[in-house]
Design a protein around this ligand. Sequence first.
Ligand SMILES: *[C@@H]1O[C@H](CO)[C@@H](O)[C@H](O)[C@H]1NC(C)=O
Ligand SMILES: *[C@@H]1O[C@H](CO)[C@@H](O)[C@H](O)[C@H]1NC(C)=O
Ligand SMILES: [Ca+2]
Length: 274
Amino acid sequence: MIALLLLSALLWDETAAWGFKDGVLHNSIWLERAAGVYHREARSGKYRLTYAEAKAVCEYEGGHLATYQQLEAARKIGFHVCAAGWMAKGRVGYPIVKAGANCGFGKTGIVDYGIRLNRSERWDAYCYNPNGKECGGVFTDSKHVFKSPGYPNEYENEQICYWHIRVKYGQRIQLQFLEFDVEDDTACMADFLEIYDSYDDINGFVGRFCGDELPDDIISTGNVMTLKFLTDASVTAGGFQIRYTTLDPARPGDGKNTTSPGKTNFLAGKFGIM
Ligand SMILES: *[C@@H]1O[C@H](CO)[C@@H](O)[C@H](O)[C@H]1NC(C)=O
Ligand SMILES: *[C@@H]1O[C@H](CO)[C@@H](O)[C@H](O)[C@H]1NC(C)=O
Ligand SMILES: [Ca+2]
């Protein structure tokens, strides 16, 4: 409990420090998960869940739809998501920590769409599961190697991990897959790793990966990237190791065609994987 309070205090300090600082963009969307609350969208994309489906998604993952109070508690320690989702009792809304023109009508707080009479409307979901297994994190180092949880052992079932990478403004991020083995199925519906050229898992979708073929390198367009790893309730595999390094476009050779054609995906290019 004390640890949690300390963590809250820490995160609260962090929220006060958001903005542009030391040449690094401190963004508000890093904390995808806070105080047991997390945001879920349908595997098929944004705003595809009816109330019954949203409820089922959270229950499938061992929790339930978050109440307004739970979402507000999470928001108070930095949970900021620009996507409306179902909460308990058929309410719809989303948590805004940092006011912005594009989201939340320039206000902070829970943007509340109220209790919906039509439960067939489609939104995302806010789940509450204080016992959910956490993994991932926020990384600001100039290089790092991510490992799937438990690596070199197999990863577990029912994991949701987010790795957010944020390097200095103006730099780019190069991802290099060192090992990769994730339960294989044709559309990667069971277990998958998703990569976003963005600081959240809403914008900048790059690709969804599963199976045991090593994906090509990926280079971001900006100074942020998000990796999301989701596993279902059965069948695990070896997992992955992914190295990221920082490219400084101002330095000759960096961010250019340093590797052989076809081996590196420069973003804003095209991706065959979905
Ligand atoms: C309820 O919402 C769904 C999805 O937006 C829509 O298709 C349906 O017509 C709505 N029902 C009513 C009674 O408004
Ligand atoms: C990189 O290679 C592609 C295709 O070979 C070419 O179109 C592009 O201009 C090259 N970029 C740089 C910075 O050399
Ligand atoms: Ca699985």
